[in-house]
Design a protein around this ligand. Structure first.
Ligand code: HEM
Length: 526
């Protein structure tokens, strides 16, 4: 009996030691000629008040700038993380060797993988081609009308908050003042202004946009305060993005009641989204004439090109990538316009007012005007260079032993990813002023700017949308969405950072200012 206990104890100690060794040290087969980032760096933001920029500056910057690649522990395994543009180009080109292997392969048992499934972003090979061919048309040729309509509603929601805040201030001030002062106040023209938390408001806008453009139904986030689908999504996201489970996804294998509930909520939400699409597209009107990515996916399913699960997973990824990424970019541009309100915000507004944009009714003409504006365009390009929404992604897995550049040998089955934030801040790629916000670096005329952008993408120094055959399909849509929204806001408001907002980026994961709070003021007075 004692012997059995001793044996079990020995096995437990051995397993724990093995586990700890695997976490602390990278595998032997990993390249020795690139540095190792200490394993604990990944967990730092759980214990210390640091954001992603702090982590990059303190632990990654010097090594990535010198070697262009490092070994890093992330998502329950050791990975190779790169930032050097030449290495990124290799990965984008050699798609079959550095094969996409998203959560459905990396951590198939996790709640996160349940949420995203097998989709056009994470899949590889033949099935990826089917997915991509199916959704390309709908994501690249679309009716932009909902973007304009929703930007107006978004602006009116901010207006409502301004009016509410002003009404409260006037009431509060007058009730605490002597009656003689109230008389003086009566004649005063108070400019409506309010401090507004941006995350939820922006999410409501981007969800409305993508659901109407890609899925063919309205999520209802702008027309209602808290539609059921949105509450469900908020709950699912809160359960998924818990640092403990993101760092140790294997915990999702255990029968933890909260995680079982989280998985059920994910499944329920996905089913609800599909039901909405079905109800709005198939049951309501002539589905065959619709050209949303979701209608093309349904056609592919009916054609037996994809399974029912793949249909659901791809609808979900349209919704997830389609609302989250523009949400991050919009948050960042609003933050930078607030930070540089007396310079860039003024310049952008002046540029728009100098055109006939606000007089036009035709959406196509409005789109052409927006796409021809140099200041607006360089401002957005510079924002995304400095704050790429997907700052770090590790979702490629080598299918064979291979070389990264002339010296780095990578074993088969190694996860490789990119730190796009590092590429955007690299002095080798962008010069000594890589850390300065300088939209003018992109050029003066719209032709120069477009050619600099293309060149930067081709040489992988601008990799926020990644590149090669796997480049993002939503770039055009995301840029238009941001331009339309900024144009609407610039016409109505001036804004600055709220006095009590602490300037900080998100601690991990997608990159944007954390819990952004802005002080809005109507430019027309009361
Ligand atoms: C600022 C906004 C956006 C950024 C920064 C962005 C960035 C990216 C990145 C980095 C990838 C590669 C992902 C990976 O390797 O795992 C990607 C792929 C993709 N994105 Fe976006 N994205 C944005 C907006 C959108 C929107 C609005 C959609 C619309 C649904 C979209 C659809 C896609 C699709 C379908 C792919 C997969 C392409 C493929 O692998 O064939 N993206 N995006």
């Amino acid at each position: 009996m004692l012997l059995i206990v001793k044996l079990i104890l020995a096995i437990v100690i051995l397993s724990v030691s093995l586990f700890i060794t695997k976490v602390i040290f990278p595998p032997w087969s990993f390249p020795k000629n690139i540095p190792t980032i200490p394993f604990y760096v990944t967990f730092m933001t759980t214990f210390y008040d640091l954001d992603q920029e702090d982590i990059y500056r303190l632990y990654l910057k010097d090594k990535l700038e010198k070697y262009g690649a490092v070994k890093i522990y992330f998502g329950s395994r050791w990975n190779i993380l790169i930032s050097k543009p030449e290495f990124l180009s290799i990965i984008f080109k050699k798609e079959d060797i550095f094969a996409k292997a998203g959560n459905h392969l990396k951590i198939p048992y996790s709640v996160l993988a349940e949420y995203t499934g097998e989709n056009v972003i994470s899949a590889h090979g033949k099935i990826w081609k089917v997915f991509r061919n199916t959704v390309t048309r709908g994501l690249t040729v679309f009716d932009s009308e909902p973007l304009f309509k929703n930007a107006k509603i978004f602006t009116s929601l901010i207006y409502n908050k301004l009016e509410k805040a002003t009404a409260t201030t006037t009431k509060d001030t007058s009730s605490s003042l002597s009656s003689s002062y109230i008389n003086i106040l009566d004649g005063v023209n108070i400019t409506p202004q309010a401090n507004i938390f941006m995350p939820e408001l922006i999410q409501r806008l981007t969800l409305a946009n993508i659901s109407q453009i890609a899925l063919g139904f309205d999520f209802g986030t702008l027309s209602q305060d808290n539609p059921p689908l949105h509450s469900q999504l908020k709950q699912v996201k809160a359960e998924i993005f818990q640092p403990l489970y993101l760092n140790f996804p294997f915990l999702d294998l255990l029968p933890i009641p909260n995680r079982i509930k989280a998985r059920k909520n994910v499944l329920k939400f996905k089913q609800n989204v599909v039901n909405h699409v079905e109800k709005n597209l198939i049951s309501n009107y002539n589905f065959e004439q619709t050209q949303f990515p979701s209608s093309d996916l349904i056609r592919a399913y009916r054609n037996d090109d994809i399974t029912e699960k793949q249909l659901t997973d791809n609808m979900m990824i349209m919704l997830i990538a389609g609302h989250e990424n523009p949400q991050l970019l919009l948050t960042t541009t609003l933050y930078l316009l607030a930070k540089y309100h007396s310079t860039w915000q003024t310049k952008l507004r002046a540029e728009l007012f100098a055109t006939d944009y606000y007089l036009l009714f035709n959406h196509d003409k409005k789109v052409s005007v927006l796409n021809s504006l140099p200041v607006l365009t360089t401002f957005i390009y510079e924002s995304i260079r400095m704050y790429p929404p997907l700052s770090q992604i590790i979702n490629r897995c080598t299918t064979q032993k291979c070389m990264l550049g002339p010296n780095i040998v990578i074993p088969a089955n190694a996860y490789v990813g990119y730190n796009v934030y590092g590429t955007g801040r690299s002095p080798q790629a962008w010069g000594k002023d890589a850390n300065d916000f300088k939209p003018e670096r992109w050029g003066e005329t719209i032709d120069d700017i477009t050619s600099t952008w293309k060149h930067a993408k081709n040489s992988s120094i601008m990799s926020a949308f990644h590149g090669g055959r796997r480049a993002c399909l939503g770039e055009k849509l995301a840029f238009l969405e941001v331009k339309v929204t900024l144009a609407e806001l610039l016409r109505s408001f001036e804004w600055e950072l709220s006095d009590d907002w602490v300037e900080k980026m998100t601690p991990a994961g997608p990159l944007c200012p954390s819990n952004l709070k802005l002080k809005f003021k109507s430019i027309y007075g009361e």
